[in-house]
Design a protein around this ligand. Structure first.
Ligand SMILES: *[C@@H]1O[C@H](CO)[C@@H](O)[C@H](O)[C@H]1NC(C)=O
Ligand SMILES: *[C@@H]1O[C@H](CO)[C@@H](O)[C@H](O)[C@H]1NC(C)=O
Length: 245
């Protein structure tokens, strides 16, 4: 198993039981905090998922469904991230403050749509390989299908999807969830080989294996569980007064 240790993620969002619909903001902040740690000699910062949430979620309907990873990354590219201390986590949407001082911005990212390879053979999965390579350098934010039974996931076995295809929603009510991929690997058990993504969830330490879970990379009823990922390729830092860091 490739398990990305050197620039370990901060513990905050694993220990915290994040409200539904806030996952996308936690996934991006977690990845950016780790990138900052790596690029700044191990110095830690805590970014504010609440600030992203306040700006992207404005109605009760959006509060329930959350926001896509793609939209979140583009928003952080255009608007930057502020520090947690200036906008602490509340777990529900608040009117967005007009006065915000971005600490960093995303300058370059690469969106990987794994579903394009849903029917490919292992050797032809170039996007899967590209994502594995990226994970060797650090954690990557990803978006997956969310099946209700996943809330009860326990232990360190690989989750391969629901037995019954109806557990997936219809195209209009299918739930999606954002997480951080921190590794990948292969499980061999009872003559079965399963390739998996090791994800860090934001549902507290009692979920899965101390907050982490292994998700099969193979399709289930013709659908991938982890559908897409966004690799952050560059960030710029800004001083609180807006000057470059
Ligand atoms: C948003 O959803 C959370 C549950 O995920 C709930 O606790 C909160 O009250 C909701 N906020 C609004 C304004 O609807
Ligand atoms: C990913 O690719 C699939 C298959 O080509 C396509 O149907 C889907 O819309 C794409 N998703 C995104 C978010 O671009």
């Amino acid at each position: 198993m490739i398990w990305f240790k050197e620039f370990e993620l901060q513990d905050s969002s694993v220990s915290l039981l994040v409200s539904l619909g806030c996952c996308f903001a936690f996934a991006i902040c977690g990845v950016l905090e780790t990138l900052h740690h790596k690029e700044n000699g191990g110095r830690r910062i805590i970014l504010s998922p609440q600030d992203i949430y306040n700006h992207l979620i404005k109605t009760k309907k959006e509060n329930k469904s959350g926001c896509s990873l793609f939209t979140t990354v583009n928003w952080v590219r255009d608007n930057g991230c502020v520090l947690e201390e200036t906008c602490p986590y509340k777990g529900t949407f608040k009117p967005a403050s007009l006065e915000r001082k971005p600490y960093l911005r995303i300058t370059a990212s690469r969106f990987i749509n794994l579903t394009q390879e849903v029917s490919f053979s292992e050797k032809d999965k170039v996007l899967h390989k590209e994502l594995q390579l990226a994970i060797r350098n650090g954690p990557v934010a990803a978006q997956m299908l969310w099946i209700k039974e996943m809330s009860r996931l326990k232990g360190d076995g690989v989750y391969s999807g629901p037995k019954d295809a109806t557990a997936f929603g219809t195209p209009t009510d299918q739930l999606r969830h954002s997480v951080i991929i921190v590794g990948y690997g292969q499980e061999r058990k009872n003559n079965q080989v399963k390739n998996y993504w090791l994800i860090r969830n934001s549902h507290g330490k009692t979920w899965g294996d101390k907050g982490y879970g292994k998700i099969d990379t193979a399709p289930c009823h013709g659908r991938l569980l982890v559908e897409c990922a966004c690799i952050i390729l560059g960030v710029t830092y800004e001083k609180p007064n807006g000057e470059p860091y």
